[in-house]
Design a protein. Structure first.
Length: 403
C-alpha cells in the first residue's frame, strides 16, 4: 500500500519553478512523481488540489532547550528540576515540526536533554523534526558560562579542546559547535565583538571532528573570527555579522556555509513583553547590530557564499514554531529573492548537513518530507508561515488542507 499527494504544484528547488505532478510515497520515501496518479485499491490519497508543495523546511540553527518566553537569558533553568528542560525541549520540537520544519540542527543544547529528545523522536515516542545535535558548545573561559551553564563546555587550549570535542561525540553529537567570537545574548562582561578561539584552537576542533567524519559549526560575529573559522576549515559560520567583501570572498572560495539568523532582532521586537523586559545591554546590541548584519547577509550572498537557513530559535522572543519567519527576514531584511530564501531552507541546508541524498528536494528516493502552502511563496514569501500540510517520512503530522 502506498500513499499519494494529488493535485498539488511541486516546487523544484533547483530551478525555482513548479510542476503539476502527483507524489507517490512508499516506505517513507518518494517512490514516484507522476503526471496522473493511478492509486491502487486501498492506497491512501491526500487531496492537495491547488496547493503549493515544498520539501519540508530545514532550520540549521535552533536551541530547543532555550525558553524563548524568558526575556533574560541568564540561566533560565536555575532552580528548576532537570526534567523541566527535557519537557520544554520536547514541546519545542513538536511546535517546530508543526510549523513545517521537518529537520533541525540544534547548535547548543542543555546537559544533553536535546539528545534525549532526538532519541525519543527517532523511536517514534514523541513528534519532532529530524534532529542533528551539537551537544554542548565549546567555549573559552568567559563570563557567559554563568548564563548558560548547561549549554557551554569550557575548553581552553588544544588539549582541553580535544577532550571537550571528544566528550560531545561520546554523548552522541552529530557535529561540533565552537564559539569563535563573543555572543550578543551574553553577559554584559563579554564583548560580543571579541575574538575567542584562536585560529590554532579552531584547527584542533576541526581535526577532531574530521577524524570522526563530522564537521565544525562556528559561531562568529567579528571579522577576524569569521576569517579564522573559515580558514580553519569550519563547515558553517553562524551569524557572520561583521564580514566584508574580502572575508565573504574567503568563505565563498572555501565553500563555507553562512547560517545568517536574520530574524533574531525582529522576532524579539515583535514580542512586546519580551522586548520591554530584555536586559538593556542585549537590547542595545541587538538594535545596533541588526541593520549592518542584514546588509552584510545580502553582501555575502552576492559574494557567492552558500547560505543555509537558521533562525536561532531559542533567543528571547524567537519562538519555537515561528521558524518560517526567517525565510521572510532573508527576503525582506537581507534582500534575497524568494527562490534563494526557499533554496537556503531546503536543498542548501541539506547540503550543509551532508543530507542532500535524503533531504532538501521533492525527488524520487528522498524522504517524503513535504509541506503544503495555500499560497505561492515566490509571489509572497510570507506564505511560508501558513503551512496547511506537514508530512515527515511519509507520515502526516498535520493536515489542514480541507479547512
Ligand atoms: Zn545560537
Amino acid at each position: 500500500m502506498s500513499r499519494w499527494i494529488r493535485g498539488g504544484s511541486i516546487y523544484d528547488v533547483h530551478t525555482g519553478t513548479y510542476r503539476r505532478q502527483d507524489i507517490e510515497i512508499a516506505e517513507g520515501r518518494i517512490a514516484r512523481l507522476a503526471n496522473t496518479a493511478r492509486p491502487a485499491a486501498g492506497d491512501d490519497v491526500i487531496d492537495a488540489k491547488g496547493a503549493f508543495l515544498l520539501p519540508g523546511l530545514i532550520d540549521c540553527h535552533v536551541h530547543l532547550c532555550m525558553p524563548t518566553e524568558a526575556a533574560n537569558p541568564d540561566n533560565p533553568w536555575r532552580g528548576q528540576p532537570a526534567g523541566a528542560v527535557a519537557i520544554y525541549a520536547a514541546e519545542a520540537a513538536r511546535r517546530t515540526l508543526l510549523a513545517g520544519i521537518t529537520t533541525a540542527r540544534d547548535v547548543g543544547g542543555w546537559d544533553y536533554h536535546e539528545i534525549a529528545v532526538r532519541g525519543a523522536i527517532n523511536r517514534g515516542i514523541i513528534p519532532g523534526p529530524r534532529l542533528f545535535c551539537a551537544g554542548r558548545l565549546l567555549s573559552i573561559t568567559t563570563a557567559t558560562v554563568d548564563y548558560y551553564p548547561g549549554m557551554y563546555e569550557v575548553a581552553d587550549g588544544p588539549d582541553e579542546i580535544r577532550r571537550a570535542a571528544r566528550r560531545q561525540l561520546a554523548q552522541g553529537a552529530d557535529f561540533i559547535k565552537i564559539m569563535a567570537t563573543g555572543a550578543l545574548t551574553s553577559s554584559e562582561y563579554e564583548d560580543s565583538r571579541a575574538i575567542q578561539y584562536t585560529l590554532e584552537e579552531i584547527k584542533v576542533a576541526v581535526a577532531i571532528a574530521e577524524d570522526n567524519y563530522k564537521y565544525v559549526a562556528a559561531h562568529a560575529h567579528a571579522e577576524a573570527g569569521i576569517r579564522n573559522a573559515a580558514l580553519a576549515g569550519c563547515r558553517s559560520i553562524e551569524h557572520g555579522s561583521f564580514g566584508n567583501e574580502e572575508i565573504y570572498g574567503v568563505m565563498a572560495e572555501k565553500g563555507t556555509y553562512l547560517v545568517p539568523t536574520c530574524c533574531v532582532v525582529s522576532a524579539m521586537l515583535a514580542d512586546n513583553q519580551v522586548s520591554a523586559t530584555v536586559p538593556r545591554h542585549i537590547h542595545q546590541r541587538y538594535v545596533e547590530f541588526d541593520e549592518i548584519h542584514l546588509k552584510n547577509v545580502g553582501l555575502a550572498k552576492r559574494c557567492g557564499v552558500p547560505i543555509a537557513m537558521g533562525t536561532d530559535a531559542g533567543t528571547p522572543g524567537n519562538h519555537h514554531g515561528d521558524n518560517a519567519q526567517e525565510l521572510v527576514s532573508m527576503v525582506r531584511g537581507a534582500g534575497l529573492s524568494p527562490h534563494e530564501s526557499v533554496a537556503a531552507a531546503t536543498i542548501d541546508a541539506a547540503r550543509l548537513l551532508r543530507q542532500e541524498a535524503n533531504l532538501g528536494s521533492l525527488e524520487v528516493g528522498k524522504f517524503a518530507d513535504v509541506i503544503a502552502l495555500a499560497e505561492d511563496p515566490l509571489a509572497r514569501i510570507e506564505a511560508v508561515r501558513d503551512v496547511r500540510l506537514v508530512m515527515k517520512g511519509g507520515a502526516v503530522v498535520r493536515d489542514d488542507l480541507a479547512a
